[in-house]
Ligand binder design. Sequence first.
Ligand SMILES: Cc1cc2nc3c(=O)[nH]c(=O)nc-3n(C[C@H](O)[C@H](O)[C@H](O)COP(=O)(O)OP(=O)(O)OC[C@H]3O[C@@H](n4cnc5c(N)ncnc54)[C@H](O)[C@@H]3O)c2cc1C
Length: 541
Amino acid sequence: MDIKTDVLIIGSGIAGLFAAIKIAEFAEVVVVTKKEKTESNTNYAQGGIASVMSSEDSFETHVKDTLTAGAGLCNAKMVNIMVKEGPDRIRDLIELGAEFTLKNGKLDLVREGGHSVPRIVHAKDLTGKEIERALIDKVNSFNNIRLIENSLAIDLITEHNVLKLKEGPLSNRNCWGAYVMRGESKEVIKIAAKATVLATGGLGQVYWHTTNPAIATGDGFAMAYRAGARIGNMEFIQFHPTSLYNPNKKNNNNSNAFLISEAVRGFGAILRTKDGNPFMERYDERKDLAPRDIVARAIDNELKKSGEDCVYLDITHLPAKNIIDKFPNIYSICKNYGIDITKEWIPVVPAAHYACGGIVVDEFGRTSLKGLYACGEVSMTGVHGANRLASNSLLEAIVFSFRASKNIREFLRNYPSDIPEIPGWDDSGALTSDEKVLITHSIKEVKQIMWDYVGIVRSNQRLLRAEKRVHNLYTENEELYKKTKVFEEILELRNLITCAHMIIKSAKMRKESRGLHYTIDFPETLEAHLASDTIIQNLHP
Ligand SMILES: Cc1cc2nc3c(=O)[nH]c(=O)nc-3n(C[C@H](O)[C@H](O)[C@H](O)COP(=O)(O)OP(=O)(O)OC[C@H]3O[C@@H](n4cnc5c(N)ncnc54)[C@H](O)[C@@H]3O)c2cc1C
């Protein structure tokens, strides 16, 4: 059954739910989400949200820390907005019911890598889960928010699609909602909306190893690209250096990998190769305490040299009681995998963790298409630049989804007319595929190509090879897509391939190493490239 609404929000993580609550104060909202409502990157966030919440902290230092991490590419105006509006949005979350950890009646602020003072608001080490709980409870209290689970948005409905416009500038074209595939029935419905908010989260699933859950197939980035929106800085993928390597997943990808917190290295753990050699001293004088990107690169290099699947984190030289006291969650999760971390080394591997680039938006979350907004990880506000400062992503999501909701109020007030008649989804002539192996195999191929050639360390040759292979996959999959009735895997594969294409294209454009993008062909960071984003756009959507 088709739906018509004021605002369509795609995604039920922190960005989508926060926007829904704010927009429901003045308009009717439909939220679609591809699995159960809590299944999101947000739900797995452990550490917390960075914000200036104490008198010992200042906006200036939070801005400075963010700019330093961003390696010269942050948009200073956007960083200032995020930092200054952060405390009010944290108070909003508390008012909405989020229960953060307190110490002596005040927020218990902790410090993380790259922050010069303790400023991380958290709910023990399950911050994301607590935020999702509170936001879902609030959403449930609104009659004018309809949250529809198990509904996967396929493509945006755009003016150029509907009116079959081939020429002319894209920038003033309207977005009027999305085509969405409903759960079990696989029926494709149209949801027509005056404003559409993409809040679809990240794309970690493009890579063989990732901390992201299965939903993170980059659907929003791909939908926006296909629709002709501007996309920026896709080469900046943050890899977490130490995710638990699960040997049982050997023939499959290491997805939704459990994070072994950097605090374990801070506590004295040593990274070793399989034969026991500590290797970090060969890469950085800070050894195991070097920053995230340096450790990730060192591990990657060791794995490429040895051909092994993982390296090991050794904490066995420390007293068992202290380990268990300090890391009860890591201890018990590893125990479930059959590893006693007080006696055995922990197998670890770097994993794709966060996309710093995304759909280019302004300070109100507006994309380059009229009526299309983007917030959260799928957007590129410019606050992360070439590298994200820990715990700034949840903050970015609430600050800019709030701003988008304010702008949508004005947008709806001035909306000139009703949405035109939108054609239904046409799959007449399409067949049901009984060749799922073609899809599952291609999914593995994309992940492996991206891991091996477009991962932590890149080169011209690796990027060229990846480009050719991904192009082949694109051609094969488009052929299949055009003659097959849609189903989840084929849609996700299509999006993974599009994201892979965008990451490769952006990485090829950047002829230097900066922040999270490291290439052996251009190892230097170039002054001349300061503040130059890599922007791509599909000009013939
Ligand atoms: C293990 C882990 C730990 C992290 N820890 C922290 C931390 O401590 N601090 C921090 O700031 N950040 C952290 N991050 C990053 C942070 O969690 C994310 O950047 C943030 O939660 C993204 O929020 P979001 O609302 O943009 O997207 P998400 O929370 O990922 O939500 C996206 C939503 O979109 C839906 N969706 C996707 N595609 C479609 C589609 N086609 N149709 C319909 N629905 C769709 C999904 O189902 C989901 O509901 C962590 C991430 C991970 C993976």
